[in-house]
Design a protein around this ligand. Structure first.
Ligand SMILES: *Cc1c(COP(=O)(O)O)cnc(C)c1O
Length: 377
């Protein structure tokens, strides 16, 4: 069977995990946690990056830092993972879903402004497949309406928008290091804090509501409970796994980009013949090959293709069922305006196997099977 995903593993992970264990420092904020955050702060030119237990938790921290309260409205696409919405719903917010653009599957920046009301507090762009949303326009809208921007950059580690790393453009950015993402620590994530004024409070929220990180820095002589918070810091064992991959982050990125390009080149002819559609990378966006997806003519064709590929030992998967159609989405959110693309495009989308180390002949075999099936239809 050709797997859909294989978690990244570069070799040094086990040495670093061993070192963390031998350091007798396996809780949070040990050596490897610090190495990971300072490496990323430099690489992505970010003021502060705090490693978290997941991207879901990074989003929860952002919602707390943004002071989201009962009755506030938060704008986001419906074509996203549940956590994008959940983090804000847990603070009592109502989710206002805005339609996506069919070319990138990202929130349609031209439909955001009409969805803003006096209750709107934040916009949450999701960089689907590691391809940036139209951030200039989104930041301009946010500025004019005094809204916060929280980037769900779970899939966008190493991607850029007009030269800036994703996650560093809004007020907060959230990364995921889940095993299905480009760089992994099993379960984990990070919050990127782009405005210095939030750093102290972020450290407190992440450390159970205590000023423990100030204490460790020698800024206070005892630590105490100062705010509400939770435990959002990951074990140094997980950070050790991640650090091995960060050391070779460019190599992993290039290897994924090559795999992506091979799919693209091999399937381009089918797009010219209007048999399927390929992803679009708008000008100014540097993506990270998080995903390779195709869009079939309709849902039926897509589902038949999934079955055909499976018969040929290839695991391909569809993606999000739009949140506004789900039971919780109906309860906690509403779709603003008409759903032109969210449902229709999500039903046609199919994700192909993509992971670090996928071999060229595996990709060629997958391309051949797609051609055989769709070409004969
Ligand atoms: C993976 C993902 C998340 C959740 O990440 P976790 O680290 O598993 O919590 C959130 N948003 C998007 C868009 C994702 O792809």
């Amino acid at each position: 069977m050709i797997n859909f995903n294989i978690p990244p593993f570069v070799g040094k992970e086990l040495n670093y995990i061993r070192e963390a264990v031998e350091n007798k420092k396996i809780c949070g904020d040990g050596k490897f946690t610090k190495l990971c955050s300072s490496f990323m702060e430099d690489k992505f030119n970010c003021k502060k990056i705090l490693l978290t237990t997941s991207c879901t938790h990074a989003l929860e921290m952002a919602a707390i830092l943004a002071d989201i309260k009962e009755g506030d409205e938060v704008i986001m696409p419906s074509f996203t993972f549940v956590s994008t919405a959940d983090a804000f719903v847990m603070r009592g917010a109502k989710i206002v879903f805005v339609d996506i653009r069919p070319d990138t599957m990202n929130i349609d920046e031209n439909k955001i402004e009409d969805a803003i009301t006096s209750r709107t507090r934040a916009i949450v762009p999701v960089h689907y497949a590691g391809v940036a949303c139209e951030m200039d326009k989104i930041m301009d809208i946010a500025k004019r309406h005094n809204l916060l921007v929280i980037e769900d950059a779970a899939q966008g580690v190493m991607s850029k928008y007009k030269g800036k790393a994703l996650g560093t453009i809004g007020d907060f950015g959230c990364f995921s290091f889940h095993e299905t993402k480009n760089y992994s620590m099993g379960e984990g994530g990070a919050i990127l804090i782009n405005d210095l004024k939030y750093i102290d409070r972020a450290e407190i929220i992440r450390e159970k509501g205590t000023n423990r990180s100030k204490f460790f820095k020698g800024q206070v002589d005892k630590y105490t409970w100062v705010e509400y918070g939770s435990s959002y810091l990951p074990s140094d064992i997980n950070a050790a796994y991640l650090y091995a991959q960060l050391e070779v982050v460019d190599e992993i990125n290039n290897s994924r980009l090559n795999a992506w390009q091979m799919y693209y080149d091999g399937l381009k002819e089918l797009e010219i013949d209007k048999i399927l559609e390929l992803p679009t990378i708008p000008d100014g966006c540097e993506h990270n090959a998080h995903m390779f997806y195709i869009k079939c003519k309709d849902m039926n064709t897509r589902d038949e293709l999934i079955d055909y590929l499976k018969e040929n030992q290839i695991l391909s998967v569809f993606h999000y069922i739009p949140l506004h159609n789900s039971p919780a989405g109906k309860k906690f959110g509403k779709f603003f305006g008409k759903d032109f693309y969210t449902t229709k495009e999500s039903e046609r989308l199919l994700r192909l196997p993509m992971y670090y180390g996928i071999e060229g002949n595996t990709i060629q075999y997958i391309i051949k099977n797609i051609r055989d099936f769709l070409g004969s239809k």
